[in-house]
Ligand binder design. Structure first.
Ligand SMILES: Cc1cc2nc3c(=O)[nH]c(=O)nc-3n(C[C@H](O)[C@H](O)[C@H](O)COP(=O)(O)OP(=O)(O)OC[C@H]3O[C@@H](n4cnc5c(N)ncnc54)[C@H](O)[C@@H]3O)c2cc1C
Length: 570
């Protein structure tokens, strides 16, 4: 089995908001790129699932003239519990408006006031209302960005293309290895710069509101290539995903819509007691209240809390209008799929895995700790911190996407294409051959994947402790051993089982270092709640957790957070 090869200036892995924006910026710099997506750009990843909310501090050009990039920066730092590197947070806060204007130029429609200012909604943690309103949500944004990509001759897109490893030349990353699902060919893409924009690891957990394809591949590949990975213990759970009935399980309903400007409903326990006071807290606090209610035995029949708009003083018709205006498709989906009218009856909701706050460690240019490798969007770490604000994730895709696309292109101009290490390539061929030729063995990849999801749900939930995580880690380690027994059919076209086998390998790596990072941090902060270390310990833990592969094993250490404008005050 041989690799088909391509060469390009910059290879971008992913097809979501960050990948598209990075590729557009490379194109603006006059360089060629190849964008690789295991799904289809415009339809894959979390970006098409997102709602209307994208933060940008437009100030007088938006809803509240007092808002500024400085204020956005401060809100992000506070929400991140002082664990975000501020050199990168600055890029997000100070370039957000320009990136939204780019999106508008590409064709994204934003709701505006009659005088042309951006319509903006308030969200918890925003000092001033800052969420711009994208008409038709993340789906529209994704389609427009993918279309902008397709307009540019110097961006080549490979869809249904699964990347499973990075090419190395000595210590440097010099491209990627992947599988073209349509032809079944193994493909090596040699590039001067390699950008990871693979989204989050959220679907390492069984109960997630993200697409099942988001399994932390980028983080795992970067880790295996020797890059520093940061703060994986901070998986953001969203507190109000539908638990029941099964036909709509996992759909997100926004607790942020419970503010008095919108539905003005309540989140309650099984007896109808209001559990979240207004003004609504930001997400890490909301999740703690919801989880504490459930753990205290005050949960609903299916183990959640109630999302109850019938308690709104506004009345049914006004509440219905809110849902029809703010989240029309979600509102209608619940009616069509489950016969549930959110304006009329309480809904059982609970915490689901939602967003990866940590990821690949980068500097303000998006460079990882390995030469030639960059990251942007959700798969990049160290700038959100321990928690993120509503509406800042989509903003990150555009701000970090543009920044990293530009810097990776500038660097590509100074580099040559380098060959990949031969022994490394041979090793990858053997790996694929092993899965294809394991005829006498019988582990199905889906078994390994399902066990990983169950283990994450059980042992690294929003609240975790050393004993549970130790058990979880040992299950993951034994699943890693099971990988060599995986057998898949030897077919060419759309060999999904082979894809799943290679994905299971990456998932096991990502799961292992997530457990390890959470065991390493012995305090509670943001979305990392240790039952055995319930306090926040600024003295010892206001720092990053770094994991790096050393001699084939994860090695954990602390690293100082970069503070530029806002030092923490004890
Ligand atoms: C239900 C929901 C609602 C949300 N609402 C909002 C909101 O209103 N506002 C907000 O700011 N944020 C929101 N978010 C978060 C936000 O959508 C994401 O953080 C953001 O879209 C991530 O963009 P990305 O480009 O980094 O990754 P994604 O959009 O997730 O894209 C990742 C891409 O990488 C590809 N990929 C992954 N692995 C591989 C591989 N091995 N080989 C090839 N390709 C690969 C995927 O196919 C995909 O194309 C929401 C998320 C969800 C799930």
């Amino acid at each position: 089995m041989d690799f088909k090869t391509y060469t390009t200036d910059v290879v971008v892995v992913g097809g979501g908001g960050a990948a598209c924006r990075a590729a557009i910026e490379v194109s603006e710099k006059g360089l060629n790129s190849i964008m690789l997506d295991k799904g289809r750009p415009g339809r894959s990843g979390a970006t098409p699932c997102a709602l209307w909310s994208i933060q940008a501090p437009f100030g007088p050009r938006g809803r509240d003239e007092r808002d500024t990039p400085e204020q956005y920066f401060e809100d992000m730092v506070n929400a991140g519990r002082f664990i975000g590197d501020q050199n990168i947070t600055e890029i997000v806060a100070f370039t957000a408006c320009d990136r939204i204007l780019d999106m508008e130029r590409y064709g994204v429609h934003f709701k505006k006031y009659d005088d042309g200012r951006f319509f903006q909604t308030p969200m918890p943690g925003q000092t001033y209302p800052r969420s711009c309103f994208m008409i038709e949500n993340g789906q529209h944004m994704s389609t427009v960005l993918a279309k902008e990509v397709s307009r540019r001759d110097n961006i080549e897109v490979f869809k249904d293309f699964f990347v499973f490893d990075l090419l190395k030349n000595g210590e440097a990353v010099v491209g990627v290895l992947g599988m073209d699902l349509l032809s079944g060919e193994l493909v090596a893409i040699h590039a001067k710069s390699t950008v990871m924009a693979t989204g989050g690891y959220t679907s390492l957990w069984g109960f997630s509101d993200n697409p099942p394809t988001l399994t932390g591949d980028g983080v795992a590949m970067a880790y295996l290539a020797g890059a520093d990975i940061v703060d994986l213990e901070f998986n953001q759970y969203y507190g109000t995903d539908v638990l029941w009935p099964p036909s709509v399980k996992g759909s997100v309903v926004l607790y942020e819509l419970m503010i008095d400007e919108f539905a003005d409903g309540e989140i309650t326990d099984k007896d109808g007691n209001i559990i979240i006071e207004k003004p609504l807290p930001i997400r890490d606090e909301a999740i703690k209240i919801i989880y504490d209610t459930i753990r205290a035995g005050k949960g609903t029949p299916h183990g959640g809390v109630y999302f109850d708009t019938t308690l709104s003083p506004k009345g049914e018709a006004a509440v219905r209008d809110v849902f029809k205006t703010m989240t029309p498709k979600h509102y209608q989906f619940l009616i069509d799929a489950a016969g549930i009218d959110l304006a009329k009856e309480p809904l059982e909701v609970g915490p689901a895995s939602h967003y990866q706050c940590g990821g690949i460690y980068i500097n303000e240019r998006g460079e990882s700790s390995v030469e030639g490798l960059y990251a942007c969007g959700e798969c990049a770490g160290n700038f959100q911190g321990a928690n993120r604000l509503a509406g800042s994730a989509l903003c990150d895709t555009q701000t970090t996407g543009a920044q990293v696309g530009g810097c990776s292109a500038d660097d590509a101009k100074k580099r040559d294409i380098l060959p990949a290490d031969k022994s490394d390539l041979e090793g990858k061929k053997e790996l694929v051959n092993m899965f294809l030729s394991n005829k006498d063995k019988g582990t199905r990849p889906v078994f390994v994947k399902e066990e990983i999801l169950k283990t994450m749900d059980k042992h690294i939930a929003p609240f975790r402790n050393a004993e549970g995580m130790k058990k979880g880690l040992s299950i993951i380690e034994s699943l890693k051993g099971e990988l060599e027994n995986i057998a898949v059919p030897d077919i060419k076209r759309y060999n999904f089982e082979l894809e799943e086998a290679l994905e299971a390998r990456l998932m096991a790596e990502a799961a292992q270092i997530t457990f390890g990072s959470a065991m390493f941090r012995k305090e509670s902060r943001g979305h990392h709640n240790r039952e055995d270390y319930p306090e926040t310990d600024n003295q010892n833990w206001r720092c990053h957790t770094i994991v790096k592969q050393v001699d084939g094993k994860p090695d954990y250490s602390k690293r100082d957070v970069i503070y530029t404008r806002m030092k923490p005050q004890d």
